[in-house]
Write a protein that binds this ligand. Structure first.
Ligand SMILES: [Zn+2]
Length: 341
């Protein structure tokens, strides 16, 4: 299906913006990182020359969703180091001052003994690590953002500017708890990162991660343009990896996806959680597209406005389009826009 993007406006001081990119800045990789299958395209960004920018795919075997064509890892590393959430607009200002955020601490303190080693993978300014630090745990953290790690380093030792892949390879620490709070969607290969993290866990140590679920977080147009969110994990996609790594679910919630895993210890809920995991299929994507792109209005009026969080996207549907997927988002100029923050 062809969708023309006629206009996309942002509110004043928005932390999201559209940036122009060139086709030669992109790299293709349409093999599923979980099961090795060829992924099926579900969304494409296209300009008036028919050049292609960001592409998103779905794995028909395991339901993994990722960008199958995206800007390079180096490009994003630079973005995260220098530009990611830099600034002081009101929407992110609460993340610029280091105060305790107890969400992770309250969830996980009962699993980890005092003075245990805690790693916050992607620690930002350190707000989730601080309560562990203040309660006698030994804390470690890293984040690709120079500005944000600087704030964390002023209060805590053992904070580094680094990427997950490099940090987990280099560290010789063994951890009682490693957590990734809204981090894994930004790495190139989350399966590889979990593997590396698992190797740094104590034999009965804990791993926690949370990732947003796209079908609750954004309309399909925004979802298809925001390349720095590289992947969308679901429990079903990961169950084989967990078994291979001897990681067993202790607690799980679906949306936002949050999971606590223990290494080497199968808990009373583990099998039930694994067996109830549901695969994301094309049917789920179709439903999500129809709802968030307002297909009924589009069919009737050919044009519709998607309004969300102070932003507005005006889209038009090509009459001749047949299949719903993949959705081609056509921009009527030379630019290949990508959404950044
Ligand atoms: Zn797969």
């Amino acid at each position: 299906m062809k969708i023309h993007i006629k206009r996309w406006t942002f509110k004043k001081g928005d932390h999201l913006w559209l940036e122009d990119t060139k086709p030669d800045m992109y790299k293709d990789n349409n093999v599923c990182d979980s099961c090795g299958s060829q992924m099926k395209e579900i969304a494409k960004i296209v300009n008036d020359n028919n050049s292609i920018g960001l592409v998103t795919g779905l794995c028909p075997e395991c339901g993994y969703v990722k960008r199958t064509r995206n800007l390079s890892e180096d490009w994003y590393a630079d973005h995260f180091a220098k530009r990611w959430l830099v600034g002081s607009n009101h929407e992110i200002s609460d993340q610029q001052i280091l105060t305790e955020d107890n969400y992770i601490f309250n969830k996980l303190k009962k699993y980890v003994q005092k003075n245990g080693n805690i790693l916050d993978a992607g620690c930002g300014i350190g707000q989730r690590l601080l309560p562990f630090h203040n309660n006698g745990y030994k804390v470690f953290g890293f984040d690709p953002s120079e500005e944000r790690t600087k704030i964390a380093s002023e209060v805590m030792k053992n904070i580094e500017v680094n990427s997950a892949e490099k940090y987990l390879l280099a560290t010789d620490q063994v951890f009682d708890l490693i957590f990734f709070f809204n981090v894994l969607q930004f790495v190139e290969n989350p399966f590889d990162v979990i593997k590396k993290a698992s190797m740094k866990l104590r034999p009965d140590g804990f791993l926690f991660f949370s990732v947003g679920q796209f079908y609750n977080d954004a309309n399909f147009c925004q979802f298809s343009h925001i390349g720095l969110i590289r992947s969308f994990l679901s429990l079903f996609t990961m169950t084989e990896l967990f078994k291979e790594l001897d990681l067993w679910p202790v607690e799980y919630s679906e949306s936002p996806m949050e999971i606590i895993l223990q290494k080497g210890v199968k808990g009373p809920q583990s099998m039930k959680i694994i067996e109830n995991a549901k695969k994301i299929t094309e049917k789920d994507i179709n439903k999500y597209v129809k709802k968030t792109l307002q297909m009924n209005r589009l069919k009737f009026f050919r044009r519709t406005n998607i309004k969300y969080n102070g932003r507005k996207i005006t889209i038009e549907k090509n009459r001749s389009s047949s299949n719903l997927l993949p959705v081609n988002f056509n921009h009527d100029d030379h630019d290949l826009p990508i959404l950044l923050k």
